[in-house]
Design a protein around this ligand. Structure first.
Ligand SMILES: NC(=O)c1ccc[n+]([C@@H]2O[C@H](COP(=O)([O-])OP(=O)(O)OC[C@H]3O[C@@H](n4cnc5c(N)ncnc54)[C@H](O)[C@@H]3O)[C@@H](O)[C@H]2O)c1
Length: 413
């Protein structure tokens, strides 16, 4: 039987992770390893699910589920998968990536101990938030969840990566700027003393790149719980003057890039959902206040962001079948981030040079002018955006929404 090794792990690891999520109601990491030692592992033969050298993921999921049913409430920490007797691989499961890797190294198939009150399917639905409980701590909301943040190397993306990692998530920092992503991952892992962040090269405007990134995540951690579609670019320009390449460049990242990421991240979440139907996952687009109101001489940006909200609502209707919630956050301006505050290329310096703000003598004057437009008299921060992200993830009864975080600059209408 000939099967491409790459696709085997990208398909089987999320199906195995689904078994673990379903049994425990807790986020886990699954690491694919060589077929090697199989004693004590849950055994499954997916031969009947292979046709013309391709794995039918629905059928393979059912075979794995049947094999796991015999394991009762015990959570199998290693699953050995064959196809018509030929070994395909062994998948090692534990609460964190480091623990799963260590388990694989030790060849330790002992069942995972479940925390009190866990180990039933109902937990996967929402036992993490008992009825009547007040808001959970941030760590409880994202602990051990696998997250992907596009454009995570700087700006809002970096703030989100830092926030999620500090709260116990495993975060893939996916960016065009792979050097920046690697440096950030190194800093975070050094500070936290464990593998909390991993860099991934990604161009959200290219479908092959997104597909490869989703496969890499499945092969590294076994699945995906949170997709933050944050990568964005701005090319301002008058509708009467802007050249078409500038317009399509902005739209290609901000609008089409969101579709591409939701497609490939969503497919990975659906795969995991096949064996964990009650486990909820989140796709969150970092939109903008420019997705809620027009932006003068900035139509490419605002148009793409308005469109992003249409995609959010439409994807939400479709993907809830797989328990994937889809929402957007619409932040106000991040004046302290590099887009605005970079001392050479930042918008404050650019606007000062262009004389856009009458009477402004310094970049600080330009900043004050823009802060005055906000009822709360300051720009949006990474913390402000993180609060909205935690709300969306914790709120299990909402999808297809846009949460404004604008300091009152854009109000309901
Ligand atoms: N900065 C603001 O004031 C502001 C306000 C509201 C909303 N937003 C939104 O927040 C998001 C982040 O904005 P920011 O200002 O922090 O951006 P930024 O320019 O500081 O960082 C963007 C990151 O995305 C990466 N990137 C760019 N194109 C990419 C691509 N094709 N594939 C993968 N990565 C790519 C860049 O390398 C960079 O690391 C964007 O969606 C933006 O529209 C920003």
């Amino acid at each position: 039987m000939k099967l491409a090794e790459k696709s085997v792990n990208a398909i089987l690891a999320p199906l195995v992770r689904g078994l673990g999520l379903n049994a425990s109601g807790e986020a886990l990491a699954v690491v694919p390893g060589p077929a090697g030692k199989t004693e004590g592992a849950l055994q499954a033969d997916i031969g009947p699910a292979v046709r013309d050298g391709l794995i039918d993921e629905k059928d393979a999921a059912a075979i794995l589920r049947d094999a796991a049913a015999g394991a009762g409430a015990k959570l199998p920490s290693s699953v050995h998968v064959k196809a018509d007797g030929e070994p395909l691989g062994t998948y090692w499961m534990d609460r964190t990536l480091d623990a799963a890797r260590a388990r694989m190294k030790r060849g330790d198939p002992s069942p995972l101990a479940l925390e009190d009150g866990r180990g039933t399917r109902e937990n996967a639905a929402g036992a993490l938030c008992p009825p009547g409980a007040s808001s959970r701590s941030r760590a409880d909301v994202v602990k051990n969840r696998v997250a992907l943040v596009t454009g995570g190397a700087q700006g809002f993306g970096e703030e989100i990566v830092r926030g999620l990692a500090a709260s116990g998530a495993l975060v893939f920092i996916a960016d065009l700027n792979i050097k920046g992503a690697e440096q950030l991952a190194e800093k975070i892992n050094g500070a936290l003393g464990k593998t909390s962040a991993l860099a991934l090269a990604l161009d959200v405007s290219r479908e092959e790149s997104a597909e490869e990134a989703a496969a890499a995540i499945a092969e590294t951690a076994g699945g995906l719980d949170i997709l933050i579609s944050n990568a964005g670019v701005l090319k301002a320009g008058s509708v009467l003057e802007q050249d078409l390449p500038s317009f399509t460049f902005a739209t290609g990242v901000n609008y089409t890039g969101y579709f591409i990421m939701a497609k490939h991240g969503g497919r990975l979440m659906r795969r995991q959902n096949r064996n964990a139907p009650l486990w909820k996952t989140d796709i969150i687009q970092i939109n903008s206040k420019s997705g809620l109101e027009g932006s003068n001489k900035n139509g490419a940006y605002a148009g793409g962001k308005f469109g992003g909200l249409g995609l959010t609502a439409s994807f939400a209707l479709e993907l809830i079948e797989y328990n994937i919630k889809v929402n957007a956050v619409c932040p106000g301006n991040f004046f302290d981030g590099p887009l605005w505050s970079d001392s050479e290329k930042g918008l404050f310096v650019q606007y000062l040079k262009a004389g856009k703000v009458k009477g402004a003598k310094t970049a600080a004057d330009v900043k004050t002018f823009y802060e005055e437009k906000v009822p709360m008299k300051r720009g949006c921060s990474g913390q402000d955006v993180m609060r909205a992200i935690y709300y969306i993830i914790e709120q299990e009864y909402e999808t297809g929404q846009a949460v404004p975080v604008t300091g009152g600059q854009v109000m309901l209408h």
